[in-house]
Design a protein around this ligand. Structure first.
Ligand SMILES: [Zn+2]
Ligand SMILES: [Zn+2]
Length: 395
């Protein structure tokens, strides 16, 4: 591995920063301590800061030379509503909140790169270090863009990175084109007429209709959608009733739809509504159909992906970069940035969990698990990737 020596020398300091962030997790748009800690580090290394993007979001700016070219490197800052089960020293000190997705590590890797770039300046142009709030469902990326991210920080391309448990430590994975799915949610309320359960003929049973709707929807994925398109339609909640002897007035159906393209998403949404409406009228109930599109699919731009692959290969060798990783139906709001700017999002292997410090919980080291921990051994590799990416982009 060809890591940057100056960053390796800083590894224990980066680990301290990462663990400090881990012990003070903050949720969507509440990243005040986090944002202050990041800003302190940037200021200490003489890096100017742009604030006020999506509330707690901030951008460090490192300019060098006279080239108008610019590149953005993005890390997310928020934690999750999870009660951490790890008992090691740097475990969360905030009850019910945890860096269970490794965004603490993402910040530390970008800070490691920031420090090196500010001190060595082997590039011509501008590096924007984007620290984004509210990735976990809050759409912080979109909020930063609405607050003028790309006007205040004009850049030619933007790059993102996420740690990925199960991918070996010291490896990367990426694919051009769709890599993560769009995330969409639905809530359908079926309204009937309640009655005594012993007198069903006096009711219009919403539960019977809800069951038919849920079953019919599964045929959309197998019978309506082109088999060559990927899609998931998962009903995750059905709520109705309050007693064994009462037919309730209504039933509520909630779930998620994931796709990589707009066309199958449009199709699934419209077929869901058609089926729900027509089944409702067949059963004499009414439906209130709500469908919300949260995050778009994350689509890597081919040229920037090839460029990122070259940088990763220069660090870890060709055999440790999976350049055609299987896409995931998980979602990520960096997708919004890639809709407006060219760029690429990569996975950095977090290993299988053997890195966890003494006192970790019994569960697996998976994202969003209460026993997860970011692998500190990635810090020099991730920081080196950011540095070499910026230096090559702005060579
Ligand atoms: Zn997450
Ligand atoms: Zn995450």
């Amino acid at each position: 591995m060809k890591l940057i020596q100056a960053i390796l020398d800083d590894a224990s300091e980066l680990q301290q920063i990462r663990r400090k962030l881990h012990s003070h997790p903050e949720l969507c748009f509440e990243e005040h301590l986090t944002s202050a800690l990041v800003a302190d580090c940037l200021a200490q290394w003489g890096i100017p800061i742009i604030r006020g993007l999506a509330g707690t979001g901030l951008v460090g700016v490192i300019k060098n030379g006279d080239s108008p070219r610019a590149v953005g490197l993005r890390a997310d800052m928020d934690a999750l509503s999870v009660q951490e089960l790890n008992g090691f020293e740097h475990a969360s000190q905030h009850a019910g909140k945890m860096h269970a997705c490794g965004h603490d590590g993402h910040m530390a890797m970008l800070l490691g790169a920031a420090r090196y770039l500010a001190q060595h300046r082997n590039f011509n142009g501008t590096v924007y270090l984007i620290f984004q709030p509210a990735e976990e469902g809050g759409g912080g990326a979109r909020r930063m863009m609405e607050d003028g991210l790309f006007d205040k920080c004009p850049m030619d391309a933007v790059f993102g990175m996420h740690n990925w448990p199960g991918i070996p430590e010291g490896s990367f994975a990426v694919t051009p084109g769709p890599m993560m799915a769009s995330s969409n949610e639905f809530e359908v309320v079926v309204c009937g007429k309640g009655a005594h359960a012993a007198q069903p003929h006096k009711s219009i049973d919403p539960i019977m209709a809800a069951i038919q709707i849920v079953q019919a929807w599964q045929s959309i994925v197998t019978r309506n959608k082109n088999p060559m398109d990927n899609a998931v339609l998962s009903v995750t909640q059905i709520h109705a009733g309050s007693a064994t002897n009462i037919i309730p007035d209504e039933a509520r159906i909630v779930g998620t739809v994931r796709t990589f393209q707009e066309a199958p998403l449009d199709l699934i949404q419209s077929r869901m509504e058609e089926m729900a409406t027509h089944i409702a009228s067949a059963f004499g109930v009414s439906v209130d159909f709500n469908f919300k599109r949260n995050y778009p699919a994350l689509i890597n731009h081919p040229a920037e992906t090839a460029f990122a692959i070259g940088v990763m290969q220069s660090l870890v060798g060709e055999d440790r970069v999976d350049a055609t990783v299987e896409p995931t139906m998980g979602a990520e709001d960096f997708a919004f940035m890639l809709q407006l700017k060219r760029g690429c999002y990569v996975f950095i292997g977090n290993g299988e969990g053997q890195h966890r410090a003494e006192g970790h919980g019994l569960g697996p080291c998976n994202l969003h698990n209460a026993c997860y921990d970011f692998n500190d051994r990635l810090l020099p590799l991730g920081a080196s990737y950011w540095v070499r990416l910026a230096e090559s982009f702005l060579a």
